[in-house]
Design a protein around this ligand. Structure first.
Ligand SMILES: [Zn+2]
Ligand SMILES: [Zn+2]
Length: 432
C-alpha cells in the first residue's frame, strides 16, 4: 500500500541525532543507552553513545530520557465528520501528539458513519496536515446499524486497516459471522465492541452493590462476557483475526486467555481507566466516570492487570471519547458514555510500571509494537529504515493532570487533579 497520501506537506527533512537516551524498542529487543540518527524522515542508525557523528544535524540531548517508538493508540474517537464541537481531526491529533502518540486509529461512529470510501477519503484528507498520523477504521455494517455489511473491499482500498461498529455491538451473530468471513478475504482486522445490548439494556454503570446504593441501573459483567465468548467462537469458526476492544471484566480476560491457549486468532486491548479505577469512582454521580463498558470492581481490575502481565491483553488503548462539558454535566442517567484519554494514558501506564504490575519494556510494547503488529501498519519499531516516529519521555517528571490545559477540545476526564510521574516531552512524527 502506498502511504504517500498520508504524508504531510513536503518540507525538507531535518536530520536529527538523539543522543544518550535510554532506547526501548521491544520489537528488536533493545533496552539500552544508545544514540539514534534520523535522516530523511527515517531511522538511519543506532549506535553506542558518542559513536555516531553527522553533519547538518540537529542534536537532541536525551540524557535521562526514554527514547521509544512513537506510541500508537488503536482506539480513538476523533468525532469528525459530524461532531466537530466535541473534537476534530486537528484537535484530536494535537492531543495525541501532546500525549506522546504518533499514530491513532479512529473509530467510524462519526456522522456520517465511516462506512464507505468517501468518508474514509475525507478523514485521510483532513489528516494530511495533522500533527499525528491517522489510520481510519471502517464500519462493519452500514450506518453501524448491525444489519447490512459494508463494502469492505472498498473500505480496504480506501485505506482502512480494520473494521468495527464500535460504540455499538453487532447484535446478530449471523451478521458477525458473515462480517468475519468477508473481512478475512482482505485480512482486515475485526474489532469487537463486546456488549450484549439485551443485557446492558439502558444500564448506566456496573451492576452491583454500588449501583444498588446509588439507585442507578446496572450493566452486568455478563453483558460483556457473553459477547466476548460469542465472538471468540465466531473467530474460531471463520479463522478471522478478531480484536476485542476495551476489556473491562475478569470474565473476558479468562475467555481470551483460554482462546489464545487454543490458538484462536484473538487479540485484546484494555484502557487506562479499567486498570486505574473501579466503580467506586461513580459515587457522587460523577459523570466523568461514566463510560461503556463501565468501570468494574477491584477483582476485575486485578484480573486486567494479570492479563496485561501474562500477555492475554496485548494492547493499551485509550478509547479517547471526547464529549462537550455541557453534555457531561447533566444528570448521570442522561450524560453520554466516554472519557478522553490521549493526554493521560502514558502517565497512567507508567504508574502501572511504578507499581510493578508491568515491566517498562512490556508497557512500551503494548503501546507500540503490539498495536502495530495487530493492525499490520508497519510501525511501532525503531529498526533502521523505519519511519522516524519517535517519542521521547521524561520518566521522572512529576505533573498534575489539568484538564483545562488539554489540547483536546473536550475535558471529560476522571483523572483531573491526579499526580502522575512521566510524560512525553517530544513527539517526533516523520522525523519532525
Ligand atoms: Zn466500544
Ligand atoms: Zn470506542
Amino acid at each position: 500500500m502506498n502511504f504517500a497520501h498520508l504524508c504531510g506537506k513536503k518540507r525538507p527533512f531535518m536530520n536529527l541525532l538523539i543522543k544518550n537516551g535510554h532506547v526501548i524498542d521491544p520489537a528488536n529487543k533493545i533496552d539500552e543507552k544508545l544514540d539514534v540518527l534520523v535522516t530523511d524522515g527515517k531511522v538511519a542508525k543506532l549506535g553506542k553513545p558518542g559513536s555516531i557523528s553527522a553533519n547538518d544535524t540537529q542534536v537532541v540531548d536525551a540524557s535521562g530520557r526514554l527514547v521509544v517508538p512513537g506510541l500508537i493508540d488503536m482506539h480513538v474517537h476523533l468525532r469528525e465528520p459530524g461532531f466537530e464541537y466535541k473534537e476534530t481531526i486537528a484537535t484530536g491529533t494535537a492531543a495525541a501528539k501532546a500525549g506522546g502518540f504518533t499514530s491513532v486509529c479512529c473509530m467510524p461512529n462519526t456522522n456520517p458513519v465511516n462506512d464507505n470510501r468517501s468518508v474514509t477519503e475525507f478523514i485521510l484528507a483532513q489528516a494530511r496536515s495533522a500533527p499525528a498520523r491517522v489510520f481510519p477504521i471502517g464500519a462493519i455494517t452500514k450506518g453501524s446499524k448491525g444489519e447490512e455489511l459494508t463494502e469492505m473491499a472498498e473500505l480496504h482500498t480506501a485505506g482502512c486497516f480494520a473494521v468495527s461498529d464500535d460504540g455499538k455491538p453487532v447484535m446478530s451473530a449471523a451478521i458477525m459471522r458473515r462480517a468475519m468471513e468477508y473481512s478475512k478475504i482482505f485480512d482486515l482486522l475485526v474489532i469487537s465492541h463486546c456488549e450484549d445490548s439485551s443485557l446492558s439494556d439502558k444500564g448506566v454503570m456496573n451492576e452491583g452493590v454500588v449501583s444498588t446504593e446509588l439507585g442507578l441501573r446496572g450493566i452486568p459483567r455478563a453483558a460483556e462476557d457473553v459477547m466476548t465468548g460469542r465472538d471468540i467462537s465466531l473467530a474460531e469458526l471463520t479463522g478471522c483475526r478478531l480484536h476485542i476492544a476495551h476489556v473491562s471484566t475478569a470474565g473476558s480476560v479468562r475467555l481470551i486467555r483460554d482462546a489464545k491457549s487454543r490458538g484462536v486468532k484473538v487479540t485484546a486491548e484494555t484502557c487506562p481507566h479499567y486498570f486505574s479505577l473501579t466503580e467506586e469512582a461513580v459515587r457522587g454521580y460523577n459523570t466523568m466516570a461514566k463510560m461503556n463498558p463501565p468501570l468494574r470492581t477491584a477483582d476485575d481490575v486485578a484480573a486486567i492487570k494479570q492479563g496485561l502481565k501474562d500477555g492475554t491483553i496485548d494492547v493499551i488503548a485509550t478509547d479517547h471519547a471526547p464529549h462537550a462539558l455541557d453534555e457531561k454535566s447533566g444528570e448521570f442517567d442522561y450524560a453520554p458514555f466516554g472519557v478522553v484519554g490521549l493526554e493521560t494514558a502514558l502517565g497512567l501506564t507508567l504508574k502501572l510500571v511504578d507499581e510493578g504490575a508491568l515491566s517498562l519494556s512490556e508497557a512500551v510494547r503494548k503501546l507500540t509494537n503490539n498495536p502495530a503488529a495487530i493492525l499490520k501498519i508497519g510501525k511501532g519499531t525503531l529498526a533502521v529504515g523505519s519511519d522516524a516516529d519517535i517519542t521521547i519521555i521524561d520518566p521522572d517528571i512529576e505533573w498534575t493532570v489539568d484538564a483545562s490545559e488539554f489540547k483536546s477540545k473536550s475535558r471529560n476526564t476522571p483523572f483531573n487533579g491526579w499526580k502522575l510521574r512521566g510524560k512525553a516531552i517530544q513527539t517526533i512524527v516523520r522525523g519532525r
